[in-house]
Every structure is written in structure tokens, then in C-alpha cells.
Design a protein around this ligand. Sequence first.
Ligand code: UDP
Length: 352
Amino acid sequence: MKSAKKVLILGVNGFIGSSLAWRMLTDTNWDVTGMDVSSGKISHCLECERFHFFKKDALADNDWIESAVRDCDVVLPLVAIATPALYVKDPLRVYRLDYESNIRVVEWCAKYGKRIVFPSTSEVYGMCPDAAFDEEQSSLVLGPIAKERWIYSCIKQMLDRVIWAYGKHEGLKFTLFRPFNFIGPKQDDINSPKEGASRVLTQFIHNIINGKPLKLVDGGAQERSFTFIDDGIDCLMKIIENKDGCADGQIFNIGNPEMKFSIRGLAELLISLISKYPGYADAAGKTVVENVSSREYYGEGYQDVPRRVPSIRRAREILGWNPKTTLEQAVRLTLDYHLLHKDYELERSFGR
Ligand code: UDP
């Protein structure tokens, strides 16, 4: 029998890492090693004997990371700051963590002949005017240097290009994936979102239930395609499985074009859904929605993405993947988790 895949997840306590580790432990016989600075989102994984957790820092524990890369089959370097407010407020912190720590991992994967499944980002397309962003055809359109928002996009693009070059010239086995606004339970802490530093869904839920106004940046006409975390994880599992090498050397958008919503539309949907949860109707009914300029909300260095919709033709055709969840279902599951304390993930059990 083929021995079980050994997967290394750097940043396992993040939104994607924690959901992915749990899925691997419940649905496969893979051996999962996870590393992070904290473990609050993976308490249920810690109970599984095929899960090995190490509390380490991506910027400090280089020796440990290098030897973990050497000991596994596949590496997912998920350590990164991925919140727009921080790109503007602390771009050097983003550079050090997102670029410097990850470029080393890429080099170790090349050195030790390990497969890397790397999180690129939908941000790389920037302000691309295409109706649906295509992995092979779309241009990557960033703003001026003084608009610090683009540092994250630029870093990820550089890493994509270095990985691509290692693949082409030195035989690195890789897959790049680009998540489009993943949402779901455990994305951020809704009890203490830092104003402007959490993703929009978390910020809006927090504000509605705490009687604070919803702030629509520049009017909220900008559009995003939201993707339920479980659909995203389904796609990632197919990539990691890599049947007949189908994902090797490929780039995949992971998103749900059917879940395209304006931020204003998301605000309206949330107010209406939250009003149906026991004890929250009053707060939802009283929610004030106000406009705020992006300069006021994020600062000078911000520029928005007016429209972000993926083409998922490649994931459909090559991986046979399709997202299944509607925005309403995704938001309901997220609200059930936060407002009713229902964790649908725990209903899954090991070894299915
Ligand atoms: N946004 C907003 N109000 C908020 C938080 C965010 O209008 O309180 C907007 C933000 O300007 C952006 C969109 O919502 O256009 C999505 O923001 P998020 O931080 O979730 O991620 P992004 O898609 O920009 O990476």
C-alpha cells in the first residue's frame, strides 16, 4: 500500500489552514504537521493522533521550518497578513512576514525537491478591468507606489513569479491557488474586530449586533465574489490530492462567480438575516448604514478594487470542482456559528 501523504501546513491556525487541517484529518489518512504562533482555531485537530502541532514563529524559527520541509511531501505556506487595512498601516510588517518568510520556504522546497501548494491571491489581479479574471490571460493591474495597499498584491505576484520560474527552470513541483473572498465561521474574531482591520463580513456582523453603524466605504458599490470556506477547501483538497499530476504547474482561481455581491448588497442581506435570529431583531432593525470615504476609513495609501469576479473554468475543467453554496447559506452558517454557537464542522467526525 502507498504510504500516507505527509502534509506540512505553515500557518495552520489561520482561517484556511484550520479548516483545511480539519478536513484532511476527517476525510483522509494523511499525516498533517501544522505550525503556528497560536492554536485557538485548531483545538479539535489537536485531539487527532495524525496531527502534529508545533508552536513556532515564521520569522524566527528557520531551522525548524527547514527541517519540517525536508521531512514532508507537500508544503502549504499559509503564513501571511491578508487584511487590507494592515497593508496601509504597516506595509513593512506585511513585507517581512508575507515576503521574507515565504521566499525562504520556496527556496527550501526547491532545494529538497518538495511539492509546494502556494496561496497566491485574488488581489494579484488588482484593478483589472476584465469581467471575469482569468489565470492565464488577465493583466495584473496595480496602482502607484504611494498607494501602499498594493504591497500585498505585489509581494504575492513576485512570489508567484519566482515559484513559476523555479518550476520552469529547476523542476520545482508547484500549484498556485487564488482565493476569492473566502467567508465562513472562524474567519476573524467578531467580538473584537479592530475597526478597519477585519474582513467586511466580520466587521458588519460585529457592528450590527453591537448597535454600531455599518460603514460603506465610498458608497459600497464595489463588488466581490464571496466563496464559502467549505467550497474553497473542496477545491484545495483536489489540488493537494493531485490526481495524475493534474494540478502540477497550474494556477487556479478558487471563487464563486455566482456569489457576486456589492458591499451595499451584503450589508442589506446581513441586516435582514440577522433580524431573524432570536434576540437580535431589535439591533438589526435599528442598524444605521452610512457612507464613509476610503481615505477616512483606511487612510491615504488605500485604493479599492471596484469589481473582483473570478473565471473558474480551469478549476472546473481540470479539477472537476464546482462551488455549491449560495451567499445566503454561507452567511447563515456563519451567523449560526457566531450567534447560536453552532459549529457545523464538529458534526464531522474522524476517519469518515
Ligand atoms: N468595506 C466596507 N466597510 C467595512 C469594511 C470593508 O465598505 O467596514 C469594503 C472594503 O472597502 C472593500 C470590501 O468591503 O471594498 C471588502 O473588504 P475586505 O476587507 O473584506 O477585503 P478585500 O476584498 O478588499 O480584500
